[in-house]
Design a protein around this ligand. Sequence first.
Ligand code: CP3
Length: 357
Amino acid sequence: MSAPLKNERLLRALRREPVDRTPVWLMRQAGRYLPEYRETRRKAGSFLAMAKNPEIACEITLQPLRRFPLDAAILFSDILTIPDAMGLALYFVEGEGPKFRHPVRDAAAIAKLGVPDMETELRYVMDAVRTVRRELDGNVPLIGFSGSPWTLACYMVEGGGSKDFGRIKAMALNEPQALHALLSVNTDAVIAYLAAQRAAGAQALQVFDTWGGVLSPAMYREFSLPYLTRIARELERGDDAQRTPLILFGKGNAAHLEALADSGAEGVGVDWLVGLEEAARRTGGKVALQGNLDPAVVYGSPEAIRREVAVVLDAYAAGNGGSREGHVFNLGHGMSPDMDPEHVAVLVDAVHTHSAR
Ligand code: CP3
């Protein structure tokens, strides 16, 4: 038996129930902007060594919670664990980001891919979830996560990050059936991965569709949206008050908010290029909304941070009939390594102070 949850703000907000304050967590809240992270990493050697060690992954997950009264923990891991376990062999080059030794570039390579076994090949992730749940002791809920089928495919086909996504877009144009086969196996793997994290103790789940926004609207409706919707429909997550909520975060997803609100997910995460008043109106209370402070606001002064936090909170309420219910505060994308932890403290306090009911 695990401890009862002491802070239910996140789960209540995702069910669109009343809360005393708007919950807040931050994408990449654990990471290089924290001196204690850099210290842990110096000792451990590399990012992958840390992510593959459940005790270290747990320690890093908890670091931001020791500093700030955040309303959720997010597992310290990476979205590229799935393709790594599929055999693509993930590695990192300092300053260049993630890369794969064996990218998949044709139908033959794609046909060989299978769903990894979650309790053997990805056991280190599930062990990290179990360890964090134990150490959190019910203080805040733990968010598990995965990349979206499209975003994973971007890295798998490009072999790493990309500026123009030329290889995967050429595959979409020239061999769409090969790309659909890749997206289909990725979707099966994402569903199994999120289900295993839920079974291991994750209390909310987020899918990062970081690169959905590089697709034209028609291409998004063909290569990303149907797979996100399949995850939302097929992922087993319990009933009613016990349901494990699923958040679909997408960068550049503003054109598709109505479709995402109809996907079956409990929450939709948006970036800062759409106003939350408009986003709340267009989703009409069908889902909770998560977001969407421009991450660059963290570079502003404490006064500017407080002002901009209030703008986001009030925009949501304005589009939601004057109510703050159904809002999870977050950045529109992740924290950067050069951000000041003192400013994060101001941000978290501003959310709780300005939203106090
Ligand atoms: O949010 C959190 O605190 C949880 C941990 C988390 C990480 N990566 C830790 C990490 C999460 C949720 C991710 C997801 C992830 N990883 C995404 C989707 C989210 C997004 O940002 O849109 C993507 C695209 C990746 C792939 C990836 N992994 C990138 C682009 C990088 C950065 C590479 C670089 O050098 O800048 C990573 C490595 C990574 N993942 C770091 C962290 C803290 C930095 C590792 C380090 O150098 O110490």
